[in-house]
Write a protein that binds this ligand. Structure first.
Ligand code: HEM
Length: 485
């Protein structure tokens, strides 16, 4: 009774009831491939919660102290305040190690969910008009998440993170003309500087998470406003959405997913060791850990650095240093192409129609083959980032493994692209032939157009009217349809 009166009180003032009703009735398509964005969202929530806990104890300072904590091998030795506090969190703070490890695992799963989500959007053409803006936001989210992962694992000031920072410093130096200025500006002096940890800390706990939160909110608001895409199965058209209502079925499942993710990350944080900074030791400018790998989402950059030939160009009194090509040019091209993809595809296919129905990968063999080529290329670079580990496992010289990867990254992705293209074309053709054998198959292939039709939930109750703009029915040839032409 009291809650009812309270709701009425708010509704009289804010008029929120009709908005809440339509929001709760909103229909979401049920397809497991749409789950990854939720996994990313819940990992981000766990990153914020565990991160806040860590912030109570972590000291972002390279000021030297004598370690007096309970990890015996370092007792009485000089370490930085940052490294000392990371040891304190790991050995002396209640639940500190679980929180640190949960935080680190959540970062890895967060990035994995974003990458898989991006791949799903790419391979199903969900970035096509009218969703190009959300694609641009998504690519920016990926960049920011990678940046926050890097700033995060650089904070504890251990030997591995110091090695990563030194690489980052050298890469910045390699940028022609402005590199030295940028490096000094960012680090506040020559490496290893005193200011870098406090700067990374502000970026890590405040600036980048705030940007991520803001962009995530816009991303979700746009999904809500433009409505979900859906796969072109029976009953789904360009102008309706078939699935479950937000309340209760979709919301309940989503909350279940949140608990499942929290449980999995809790188990990983409690049982699976990650980033044992006490084994690496404190940062020392003259030493390096071996083997030394970054978190997986930066492994492709590490791999590119390790296998790129030692080319250095000197011209007009300037040097283009070796790391410039693999670590500045290659990632710039990667993200440049990612940002431009919807517009590049539009320019080639001349397809400027609205799309609410998704492609299946075999509908667009050329796009699928390009995506598979890219995945093979970056996957191999990721493996090449462990050339030292591979050399140890296979009892080979590191130089031989490096040469092997130099050949593999040029050959394998092209082969993968070729094979995937053939498979997709063959599959699409065999489906079409099988479909035509079904009586009236050709007729069934063109679903009845349902422009402006009521949005349908799986329980059959009509809800809001879809407001999607007129779009061609499934099977209508779009102008210049398909990249393969
Ligand atoms: C996208 C979001 C985030 C990512 C990807 C991320 C990632 C990471 C990673 C990989 C580490 C290294 C953990 C380790 O030592 O093993 C770290 C450390 C840390 N993070 Fe985050 N984090 C994020 C958000 C946050 C937020 C929002 C906060 C605070 C409000 C935070 C606070 C911290 C602190 C204090 C540390 C240092 C603790 C330590 O390493 O012992 N993080 N982060």
């Amino acid at each position: 009774m009291i809650t009812r009166r309270l709701f009425r009180w708010f509704d009289d003032r804010l008029g929120a009831a009709s908005f809440a009703r339509s929001a709760l009735n909103k229909v979401f398509p049920d397809n497991w491939t749409f789950m990854f964005v939720e996994i990313a969202m819940y990992c981000f929530l766990i990153l914020i919660l565990t991160g806040i806990y860590l912030t109570f104890f972590f000291v972002p300072s390279s000021h030297p102290i004598i370690y007096t904590g309970s990890y015996a091998p370092f007792r009485g030795l000089p370490v930085s305040e940052a490294y000392g506090s990371a040891l304190r969190i790991s050995f002396d703070v209640r639940a500190g190690l679980v929180m640190r490890q949960m935080h680190h695992w959540a970062a890895n799963v967060f990035l994995a969910a974003i990458v898989v989500h991006l791949a799903r959007v790419f391979f199903t053409g969900a970035f096509r008009k009218p969703r190009e803006i959300n694609w641009l936001i998504g690519v920016t989210l990926l960049l920011l998440a990678m940046a926050n992962g890097f700033t995060g694992y650089s904070l504890p000031d251990d030997l591995l993170s110091g090695t990563g920072l030194r690489i980052f410093y050298s890469l910045t130096l390699s940028i022609p003309f402005v590199g030295t200025w940028l490096a000094f500006l960012f680090f506040g002096g020559e490496f290893p500087s005193h200011d870098i940890l406090s700067r990374l800390f502000v970026l890590h706990v405040l600036i980048v998470p705030a940007l991520l939160l803001g962009l995530f909110s816009v991303h979700l608001a746009l999904i809500w406003h433009q409505k979900h895409t859906q796969f072109p199965t029976a009953g789904r058209t360009e102008t309706n959405v078939v699935g479950s209502r937000f309340w209760p079925s979709y919301a309940m499942r989503s909350i279940g997913l949140l608990f499942a993710i929290a449980a999995v990350l809790g188990v990983l944080g409690g049982l699976a060791q990650i980033n044992p900074v006490w084994l690496y030791g404190p940062f020392n400018a003259s030493a390096v850990t071996s083997p030394a790998q970054p978190d997986w989402y930066l492994g492709w950059l590490e791999g590119a650095l390790r296998i790129f030939p030692p080319w250095e160009i000197r011209a007009f009194g300037h040097t283009l240093a070796e790391p410039f090509f693999p670590a500045i040019v290659m990632p710039s091209i990667t993200f440049g192409v990612l940002y431009a993809w919807p517009f590049l595809e539009q320019a080639v296919t001349k397809d400027r129609a609205h799309h609410n129905l998704l492609d299946r990968p075999h509908d667009r063999p050329v796009r699928t083959a390009i995506g598979a080529t890219a995945l093979a290329f970056y996957g191999l670079l990721l493996l090449a980032g462990s050339n030292d580990v591979a050399a140890r496992i296979f009892h080979l010289p590191v130089s031989a493994v490096t040469r092997g990867f130099q050949i593999l990254v040029l050959v394998v992705p092209l082969l993968v692209g070729f094979v995937v293209h053939r498979l997709m074309r063959g599959y699409a053709r065999s489906r079409a032939e099988r479909f035509m054998e079904v009586p009236f198959g050709a007729f069934l292939g063109r679903p009845v157009e349902a422009r402006g039709k009521a949005v349908t939930a799986t329980d059959g109750r009509p809800t809001a009217t879809a407001s999607a703009p007129p779009a061609p029915a499934l099977g209508d040839p779009a102008p210049g349809d398909g990249l393969e032409e």
